[in-house]
Design a binder for this molecule. Structure first.
Ligand code: AHR
Length: 500
């Protein structure tokens, strides 16, 4: 196979908002307890944060972390998770049929986020709660002092406000599984009034309204239209959620899920802009893809709930294989290529629960296969997204018709002059000769990083005993001559190249 790309310095999509490299920590299964927090673990610090997970989080390079949920959010009382740990109540978490000890809460998360070097993306409960509790929570988090809740924070040992800027207004409020789901009009009005109150406390917040919990929802698109029709003036973002599946064990269809993502993004932009058009407004609502990943194997009823209200049970513990890493890589490139409208995104989730990091409680932590394409993008995705002209051979899928073998993304960093190229060859049969014309992007470029993620076995996984079975290796085929870059991409391979 051959594929040609033309990249031109004068054609860019938009500067990349690095918040697209976000992830998600929910009180769910072993994400918090046994994941980021495990007092007594051999690597735990004075706060009980696992040092091995912190180190892997930094290596993953994620920029924002959404917290505390997820479905958990819609029944959560934030007050339960602050103050002396011995006074915190033990509660039933109805979302995941678990016992929540509340030994980890807002202040612990902020300490952890500082150590991990990530920005927080917080959320207010608009399931069982509303504007009054959101007001109190924001006063606790962001007000300097001299009021009931800001002084309460100080009394908990946090003199300085946390100044949390990005807030999600609820979670998946269209889903019948959600604690206190709403109709679009009900939720849209609630989001509007909550947003008003929150902005009166902190005018510089960025606020995201809930979109549909997936594209397959019966109320899809109508939901977004009606929600935004209610709260268009008060919010900045609409959220999108997508979990890719390979139930039919058909790699072509699984790869096609990436093309589905493109359609989803286009549709939500169209709906958001229709709401703007109705108002003759120049304002553009941005997209926060605040949950996305492969998730279908650990999706049986017993993966979602365990009997007996256990504490931190193993839930949603998806073991990622090599083909999952390819789909995750392709999906991330698709999000990056829409840098004009996708300004934030969160891989769901960070650790154990559908996560790129996996731990054994009391034991080691390791990288799942999907860790690698994410880390490649966070490490090298700095600057402006180039509007690539891609000419690739195609393959046919049942659900998505004819789609290109090659998914690519190019990023130019005007500060350093670095060009980063990411390329996924979706042919499972044939290698691909890649030929890139880098017009105006530098005369004397040299190849820096040149790596591939490849395994002949699509089902290969990493495990405690073989943590690096699927890991990047050098791709020795990259060549540059003037502005022409060439490389060979193995069949079913993820590749990253940097040029300086
Ligand atoms: O990420 C797992 C769950 O998926 C989240 O709690 C929920 O928002 C979504 O349905």
């Amino acid at each position: 196979l051959t594929a040609k790309i033309v990249a031109d310095r004068d054609f860019i999509v938009a500067p990349l908002d690095r918040r697209v490299f976000g992830t998600f920590v929910e009180h769910l299964g072993r994400c918090v307890y046994g994941g980021i927090y495990e007092p007594g673990h051999a690597t735990a610090d004075e706060n009980g944060f696992r040092g091995d997970v912190l180190a892997l989080t930094r290596e993953l390079g994620v920029t924002v972390v959404r917290y505390p949920g997820g479905n958990f959010l819609s029944g959560y009382d934030w007050e339960d998770g602050v103050g002396p740990k011995e006074d915190r109540p033990v509660r039933l978490d109805l979302a995941w049929a678990s016992t929540e000890t509340n030994q980890f809460g807002t202040n612990e998360f902020m300490l952890w986020a500082n150590k991990a070097g990530v920005e927080p993306m917080f959320a207010v409960n608009l399931g069982t709660r509303g504007p009054a509790e959101a007001r109190d929570f924001l006063e606790y988090c962001n007000h300097p002092g001299g009021t009931k809740f800001s002084d309460l924070r100080k009394s908990h040992g946090f003199e300085q406000p946390h100044n949390i800027k990005f807030w999600c207004l609820g979670n998946e409020m269209d889903g019948p599984w959600q604690t206190c789901a709403k109709t679009a009009r009900e939720y849209g009005a609630l989001a509007r009034e909550t947003a008003k109150v929150m902005r009166w406390i902190s005018p510089d917040l960025e606020l995201a309204a809930c979109g549909s919990s997936q594209r397959a929802m019966p109320t899809y698109a109508k939901w977004e239209y009606e929600v935004l029709d209610e709260c268009f003036e008060q919010v900045d973002f609409i959220s999108l959620h997508a979990y890719f599946r390979n139930d039919g064990n058909d790699i072509a269809e699984f790869f096609g899920e990436i093309d589905n993502l493109k359609v989803y993004i286009d549709e939500i932009i169209a709906v958001s802009d229709a709401v703007a058009a109705k108002r003759r407004s120049k304002k553009r609502i941005m997209l926060s893809f605040d949950e996305w990943n492969v998730w279908y194997k650990a999706h049986r009823p017993e993966d979602l709930k365990k009997p007996g209200w256990p504490e931190a049970p193993p839930l949603l513990e998806e073991l990622y294989n090599f083909e999952d890493a390819l789909v995750v890589g392709g999906a991330l490139l698709t999000l990056m290529n829409r840098a004009d409208r996708v300004k934030a995104a969160c891989l769901a989730q960070l650790v154990n629960v559908i996560g790129p990091i996996f731990t054994e409680t009391g034991g080691p932590a390791w990288r799942q296969t999907i860790f690698h394409p994410i880390a490649d993008c966070t490490r090298n995705g700095h600057g402006e997204i180039l509007k690539l002209k891609v000419d690739s051979s195609t393959f046919t899928t049942k659900a998505h018709g004819e789609v290109p073998h090659l998914i690519a993304c190019g990023v130019f960093n005007p500060q350093t002059g670095q060009v980063s190229l990411f390329a996924l060859n979706r042919s499972t049969e044939d290698a691909m000769e890649l030929d890139v014309d880098l017009r105006g992007l530098g005369e004397a470029l040299k190849v820096g990083e040149s790596q591939e993620l490849y395994d002949p076995n699509l089902k290969a996984i990493n495990s405690k005993d073989a943590p690096d079975a699927v890991s990047p290796k050098p791709n020795g085929t990259a060549r540059i001559s003037g502005c022409r870059f060439t490389a060979t991409l193995k069949p079913q391979s993820w590749n990253v190249f940097t040029l300086m």
